[in-house]
Design a protein around this ligand. Structure first.
Ligand SMILES: [Zn+2]
Length: 603
């Protein structure tokens, strides 16, 4: 049980207590829960809750409490210089620079990507941000990427009857997965393992009771439940990457499989062989690919049908089996009578990716080993076939500009927040969130000490898109969205939502809470995902899609700089709150969703 009290604190008293504020943590923590402090709200009224065990019985204890609360609050005036330092004029010049021809679309692996990283690092350095520990004096965290193009020696065959075999054609029937290892010939019995998913939190396991050891696992793409609403429910509740082909291969490897064959969805074709070159090759994190040791192939749905249908299953089509799993959301796995032999071989090329990390060290000795991460990706798509530049002004020069603006703002005032703040400009996001994936394995602060993550990806435009009733999307008009910004991911942390709302009282943006679920799967489409999947309360600030998304026409002249100023001021205040609160925001686990959150998240 808690009591709720209110105390008015005069600004002058706060100022006098400023110098001792950072040394009073122990005292304050012993009093319990201070989550209700509204330090930055307009009224300097401070609410807090006191556990029943700490009853206030005398004026003396009230005075003590008063002092402790006072030393805990930071006022708007105290941090207003940083707030006012965030200005649309500088935002505009920074963004125009990043989205200029000079950076040539900022594609990973190009000299311009290196230039982008160096520029960001210089701004971090100028503002006194620290590099991550163990990285010398460099703010740039490099990582290795690998592109792989399958070689013709790759092979796949299945045994139809005893002795007779059907050899499959590369490019027509099968294709080695581009993140697979080179392998010798692997010949083994096949097992059909449904969707190849082991999800304990959803009580679902395609490998349960199946002897996979030394066998070649045949699995379907995507997730059980088909493409209907069920799939998004599964996605929403499970912050995992079960549908990622590499994850499926790793799950099969863990179950003991000697190889894996992944059946593409019936409406997807294998890529044409002519497209298999380094210009079009998918990139993967070298460290991630190194985890896989078994060969992995993709086959077309028609080929999958041939693999699965045997003497004992003449009448049962692959589609019928898949429908059965989808309908019951229960695994249907079984051994196959036939063997397959597969071999994968590649040509490989290495690329360099770069995150740029700048740390604002926390001021409180007790809390500075915890952090909040604010991220945006600095890479974009580079140039197209005819050398046209993809400027990526909104995507994501806007978010990157936001980081640089915050680096300036936090250095202006005399105070620092209690927890540390990590500003992270991710590389290789457009290639599959690779920079943030690398960071999640090599973080500046352990993820369990990362109390919140805020991603800025496309924060510069007014949402504009046609209606898409099938996906529950209403028409959005530019002129209706000049003051709106969406915050995705808050369903997993109502506390984050709360602090954004409190701070927004001073800003007056229209905040929307959407895109937490649905076919577009936005929660998995930017760098906050690696944090969310690790259980870190994370939100994604996003001003929405527009017709210039991933087109050369995403240019700096179309940015709403006034709105960006508001968004970044909101972020500045929210970051202060989150970094200063005694109690970190809570993460709402996927296995215990709040029904109210589920209902409201679609709006
Ligand atoms: Zn983006």
């Amino acid at each position: 049980m808690t009591n709720r009290l209110s105390v008015w604190v005069k600004h002058s008293q706060l100022s006098r207590l400023q110098d001792i504020r950072r040394h009073k943590v122990g005292q304050a923590e012993s009093l319990g829960d201070f989550s209700g402090i509204r330090a930055l709200s307009d009224v300097r009224q401070i609410h807090f809750r006191v556990p029943a065990s700490v009853r206030l019985t005398s004026v003396v204890s009230l005075a003590t409490l008063f002092l402790v609360v006072a030393v805990y609050a930071v006022t708007f005036e105290e941090i207003s210089s940083g707030f006012h330092a965030v200005q649309s004029r500088r935002i505009q010049s920074t963004l125009q620079f990043l989205a200029s021809k000079h950076f040539n679309g900022r594609a990973t692996g190009t000299p311009e990507a290196e230039l982008t990283a160096a520029y960001i690092a210089s701004v971090f350095q100028r503002n006194g941000l620290q590099p991550p520990a163990g990285n010398g004096d460099s703010h740039v965290q490099s990582f290795e990427l690998i592109q792989a193009v399958p070689r013709e020696e790759s092979r796949a065959a299945i045994e139809i009857e005893e002795g007779a075999s059907l050899s499959l054609k590369m490019g027509e029937d099968f294709l080695p997965a581009t993140w697979g290892p080179d392998s010798g010939e692997v010949r083994a019995q096949m097992v059909f393992a449904g969707y190849g998913v082991t999800a304990p939190e959803l009580k679902y396991d395609d490998f349960a009771g199946l002897d996979v050891n030394g066998k070649i696992a045949i699995v379907l793409s995507k997730l059980p439940g088909g493409s209907g609403p069920k799939q998004s429910t599964w996605d929403f509740y499970s912050q995992k990457d079960y549908d990622e082909p590499l994850e499926k291969a790793l799950a099969a490897q863990k179950a003991g499989a000697a190889g894996i064959i992944i059946i593409l969805p019936s409406n997807e074709n294998l890529p044409a062989l002519s497209s298999l070159n380094f210009k079009n090759a998918k990139s993967s994190l070298a460290s991630e690919v190194a985890r896989l040791h078994i060969p992995a192939l993709f086959v077309s749905y028609a080929t999958g049908e041939k693999l699965v249908r045997g003497k004992q299953r003449q009448e049962q089509t692959l589609q019928a089996i898949q429908d059965k799993i989808d309908a019951g959301m229960k695994p249907v796995s079984f051994p196959l009578e036939r063997t397959a032999s597969i071999r994968a071989s590649y040509e490989r090329k290495k690329l360099q990716g770069r995150n740029v990390i700048g740390i604002i060290p926390g001021a409180d000795v007790r809390l500075r080993d915890q952090c909040i991460v604010i991220g945006a990706h600095h890479d974009h798509l580079g140039t197209g076939e005819t050398q046209e530049v993809y400027f990526g002004a909104d995507d994501d020069a806007s978010g990157t500009t936001g980081l640089l603006e915050l680096a300036e703002a936090f250095q202006v005032g005399p105070l620092r927040p209690r927890r540390s703040i990590v500003l992270a400009a991710w590389g290789a996001e457009e290639l599959g969130l690779l920079g943030s994936k690398h960071y999640a394995r090599n973080p500046a602060f352990p993820l369990h000490k990362t109390v919140a993550m805020i991603q800025l990806d496309m924060i510069g435009r007014n949402e504009q898109r046609p209606a898409d009733p099938g996906n529950g999307v209403e028409e959005e008009k530019d002129e209706n969205n000049t003051n709106t910004v969406s915050i995705a991911g808050s369903a997993f942390s109502p506390d984050l939502k709360h602090w954004f709302e409190v701070c927004n009282r001073r800003i007056g943006l229209t905040l929307r809470y959407r895109y937490d679920s649905g076919q577009e799967n936005l929660l998995k489409r930017s760098d906050h995902w690696c944090f969310l999947r690790a259980g870190v309360p994370s939100v994604f600030l996003f001003t929405g899609f527009h017709p210039d998304y991933h087109r050369p026409s995403d240019t700096a002249d179309k940015i709403n700089y006034e709105k960006m100023e508001k968004i970044l001021r909101l972020l500045y205040l929210s970051a202060w709150e989150l970094a200063d609160q005694v109690r970190p925001p809570r993460f709402l686990s996927s296995t215990s969703p709040a029904p109210a959150e589920m209902k409201t998240q679609q709006r």
